[in-house]
Design a protein around this ligand. Structure first.
Ligand code: CP
Length: 309
């Protein structure tokens, strides 16, 4: 199945077979991602990394991925140092970078920005997060981590907890987990529950998620606990944020009620939703999850640019 030249804007653009193809290649690329093996598969290629919103993991792991593949990158890491401050439109910026790079990675605060960029660009565009919309590369690395750490995805009980309304990683992940046959439980205060549109999409595909506002109520059933940060920056009204801030905290006391081999994940950054004491347990997989961004993004770059090891 050829990915060459394709855009990766939404997880809905990819079939289950295509996601499996990315994960299988990522598995093969792990020793290259750690530096144990080396490759020049992307020698001569340039990745255009355009980040109009803050990022640590996504930006650095895309850069690491390209460097580990022997390629190079150009970037906008600080929007205020680009001509956007002079009023240049996203469409014009994309038209420029298309002439400088072989593929574009875009993070943008506006939902739909990556789709717009793909419309104006003849080269592959990879969505690195668009507002409260989608974050498909995070979703693939999350699925990859679940497959690796929980020995598969089908029939696993996955609890998504926290800000399921504004947390874009939760939207893409819920849809993808449904595609892979996981059982879904959404835990959030009513104000921050999963958007109706995502729930409808799941139901249309025969999946009925369980909804709750109590983590204590579902923790003993969970195989995977996927924790998300309350996205303060996306609340239109700070008073609404104050009502829900600190709603959930995963700590060792909570883990006493959980399965021994529970896998705890978090797309990061975290604020206070996972206590630092949890970092020392065998359940904590979130830093390894962040590392998995490198082999998964290496795989995606190779597939859209058509490289070989
Ligand atoms: N998970 C994630 O997208 O992290 P960054 O915002 O640091 O890229």
């Amino acid at each position: 199945m050829s990915f060459k030249g394709a855009d990766v804007v939404s997880i809905r653009d990819l079939s289950r077979e295509q996601i499996e193809q990315v994960m299988d290649l990522a598995e093969e690329l792990v020793p290259y991602a750690t530096g144990e093996k080396s490759t020049r598969a992307m020698e001569g290629k340039i990745l255009g990394n355009l980040f109009f919103e803050p990022s640590t993991r996504t930006r650095l792991s895309f850069e690491t991925a390209m460097l580990r593949l022997g390629g190079r990158f150009i970037e906008i890491a600080q929007p205020q140092s680009s001509s956007v401050v002079k009023g240049e439109t996203l469409a014009d910026t994309i038209r420029m970078v298309e002439g400088y790079a072989d593929a574009i990675v875009l993070r943008h605060p506006h939902e739909g920005a990556a789709r717009l960029a793909a419309k104006y660009c003849s080269k592959p565009v990879i969505n690195a997060g668009d507002g409260a919309g989608q974050h498909p590369t995070q979703t693939i690395l999350d699925l990859f981590t679940i497959r690796q750490q929980a020995n598969g995805i089908a029939d696993k009980n996955v609890v998504l907890v926290g800000d399921l309304k504004y947390g874009r990683t939760a939207h893409s992940l819920a849809e993808a987990l449904g595609m892979f046959g996981a059982n879904l439980m959404f835990v959030a205060p009513p104000l921050l529950q999963m958007p109706k549109e995502t729930i409808k999409h799941l139901e249309k595909n025969g999946i009925t998620p369980r909804l709750s506002s109590s983590l204590e109520e579902v923790i003993s059933d969970a195989d995977i606990l996927y924790v998300t940060r309350i996205q303060r920056e996306r609340f239109p009204d700070p008073a609404e944020y104050i009502k829900v801030a600190g709603s959930y905290r995963v700590d060792n006391a909570l883990l006493r009620e959980a399965k021994k081999d529970l896998v705890i994940m978090h797309p990061l950054p975290r604020v206070d939703e996972i206590a630092p004491e949890v970092d020392h347990t065998d359940n904590a997989k979130y830093f390894h999850q962040a590392f998995n961004g490198v082999p998964v993004r290496m795989a995606l770059i190779m597939l859209v640019l058509g490289g070989e090891l």
